[in-house]
Design a protein around this ligand. Structure first.
Ligand SMILES: Cc1cn([C@H]2C[C@H](O)[C@@H](COP(=O)(O)OP(=O)(O)OP(=O)(O)O)O2)c(=O)[nH]c1=O
Length: 208
């Protein structure tokens, strides 16, 4: 994360995300500048040799850049800072995104139960006007209880896994499957607020 001081103060934060969790977490910071949401569809395919840290940073950047481009097209880029994020689950070096269907969710949860895995979230801040960007990530270790297929299928039937990386939500019923974590809890939920607040401070946006 590099220091990035610009002449014009940021007057608007634009969250490049359709994730309700990210929206709630940004709202919970109670920032004094206006926050709006503008997500855009970006391709999430990446070269197989990329590390998990690089994947989440680059996808976060892709999301933020795509939204910044929309702002520029609309001539709304002035004094706007765009924030994008991306979360993946990694187990034995295998990257898990969101499950395609129930079967995929079961395969993911089977691979996670009874052991630890890593959750990576990348965060990108892009000044819409200039395209200048700052990216960073956090990693959290999550230890899951051993669980039978029967239990995992009941969890999948709740519908909670479908829009979440690794097919679980630590903030929901998935909390009952987690033994312990090491690192930032909000990183697992999809937005490491302590990292984000440090990044925002570089643009002279302070949480308090
Ligand atoms: C592991 C885990 C992931 N997740 C979520 C966070 C992310 O929303 C999602 C990972 O998918 P992402 O592709 O990171 O994000 P998204 O598609 O939901 O939203 P957007 O790209 O528009 O910002 O998984 C949880 O909510 N709880 C968890 O415990």
């Amino acid at each position: 994360m590099s220091k990035n001081v610009q002449d014009n103060p940021i007057r608007q934060l634009v969250l490049a995300s359709s994730s309700p969790r990210r929206k709630e977490l940004v709202a919970s910071l109670g920032l004094s500048l206006p926050v709006s949401i503008l997500s855009s569809d970006v391709g999430e395919s990446v070269p197989s040799e990329w590390t998990p840290a690089h994947i989440v940073e680059q996808l976060a950047l892709r999301k933020a850049n795509a939204t910044a481009s929309i702002l520029v097209e609309r001539h709304e880029e002035l004094l706007s800072l765009v924030v994008g994020a991306d979360t993946i689950v990694v187990v034995d070096g295998q990257v898990l995104g969101k499950p395609k269907d129930h079967e995929d969710a079961l395969l993911m949860l089977r691979s996670l139960q009874g052991r630890e895995h890593e959750v990576y979230t990348g965060v990108a801040c892009v000044i819409a006007q200039s395209g200048e960007a700052t990216v960073a990530h956090r990693m959290t270790k999550v230890y899951m209880k051993p669980m039978s297929d029967e239990v995992l299928k009941r969890y999948i039937a709740t519908g909670e896994p479908q829009d979440k990386a690794g097919a679980y939500g630590i903030q929901g019923l998935g909390s009952t499957m987690v033994e312990k974590i090491e690192g930032c809890y909000f990183n697992v939920v999809g937005l490491p607020v302590s990292l984000l607040s440090d990044m925002l401070a570089q643009y002279e946006i302070y949480v308090f």
